[in-house]
Design a protein around this ligand. Structure first.
Ligand SMILES: O=C(O)CCC(=O)C(=O)O
Ligand SMILES: [Fe+2]
Length: 352
């Protein structure tokens, strides 16, 4: 990424601050009541559900510790990811994403039409993954996305698959806690992910940037899925928009913790009880940064709409239903290159 292209520069209102606000920040939640082998008493689960509920309401973001994911798997993925990105551009481009399948290597992503200062490698949780062929709602044809097979580093695919297995387990547990916190049955969300889920893991590499005051690693956005489980390295960069006052708050790295954020689907399912909060990534001129978000996405045929249990006369549905598969295919088509129109966003489905 040697050339500097003005496509990297957002409008001045979205430009990063050089000294971001340092505060206590997003809640840290201990998941041990849920993960310990000897299932603890129901009062500690109740306490945990309350904590999750407040974190979801107040922040839409939290960090988890004692989550049960073995540290060695995270270390393996960090190491493999560094090895992959250290290759020449020519090698990396051999496993590039293309217009037919959006998985693999990619260094020209645009978030809301501004180019991100990063390179990524995307990998499906389920290979192959069934999705609609086009975003046209009248087109019933399906296609399959498949994973690339990078020759380097050795065992890259095994390392990714093992890690993804753990991310899925943790995602199901978190969705149970979120369901309970909304007063729903613990397994309320399970059915949407059991068949044909469309989840994926992304490896992000943010190289040092000579213009950290002008460009962003990822521009402000919300994540489209149900939830995201993010591992970040020790270099700060992620900023979350605080709901209380709309300030950008930097998320301090905690070793072996995972950052959880709700996506647009939970916002819709909960009929706005919970919000998918905006976040972005700032870059710096000295240090490179690596991060690994796992995006927990339901099956393509899922029709996303506010849950029956959460709507009533006083609180009518705030969203028109939409087909998840069509939405995600549309998003993938439009973030592939700079467009002249805004790509699809959840507010397009909001009932005014
Ligand atoms: O790198 C990070 O910390 C966050 C990345 C992110 O928000 C994303 O890829 O959706
Ligand atoms: Fe994100």
């Amino acid at each position: 990424m040697a050339e500097v292209d003005t496509a990297f520069f957002p409008e001045s209102k979205d430009m990063p601050k050089l000294s971001p606000i340092q505060v206590e920040g997003i809640p840290i939640i201990d998941l041990s009541p849920m993960t310990s082998q000897t299932v603890s008493d129901s009062s500690s689960i109740e306490g945990l559900v309350k904590e999750i509920g407040s974190a979801c309401k107040e922040w839409g973001f939290f960090q988890v510790i004692n989550h049960g994911v073995p540290l060695t798997l995270r270390q393996n993925i960090e190491k493999a990811s560094k090895m992959f990105f250290s290759q020449t551009l020519e090698e990396k481009r051999k496993v590039s994403r293309d217009e037919r399948c959006p998985m693999g290597y990619y260094d020209t992503e645009h978030t809301k039409n501004v180019r991100d200062w990063k390179e990524v490698f995307d990998f499906l949780a389920k290979d192959p993954t069934l999705v609609p062929l086009t975003s046209d709602e009248h087109d019933d044809r399906l296609t399959q996305w498949t994973n690339p097979s990078p020759p380097y580093p050795p065992h890259f695919k095994d390392i990714l698959e093992e890690y993804v297995g753990e991310m899925k387990k943790l995602s199901f547990k978190l969705m149970e806690l979120i369901a309970l916190s909304l007063g729903l049955e613990a397994n309320k969300f399970e059915e949407f992910f059991m068949k044909d889920e469309t989840s994926s893991i992304r490896l992000n590499h943010y190289p040092p940037c000579p213009y950290p005051h002008l460009a962003l690693g990822v521009g402000r956005h919300t994540d489209p899925g149900a939830l995201t489980i993010l591992a970040q390295d020790e270099v700060e960069g992620l900023e979350v928009k605080r709901r209380a006052d709309d300030e950008w708050i930097s998320v301090k790295p905690i070793p072996d913790a995972y950052i959880i954020n709700l996506g647009d689907i939970v916002q819709v399912w909960s009929n706005d009880a919970y919000e998918s909060v905006e976040h972005r990534v700032v870059v710096n001129s000295e240090k490179e940064r690596f991060s690994f978000p796992f995006f927990f996405f339901p099956a393509h045929e899922t029709e996303v709409r506010p849950l029956e249990e959460l709507i009533n006369g006083q609180s009518p549905s705030k969203y028109r239903p939409y087909k998840w598969g069509k939405y995600i295919v549309h998003r993938h088509n439009t973030n592939f290159k700079k467009q002249n129109v805004e790509n699809i966003q959840i507010h397009h489905y909001k009932i005014a």
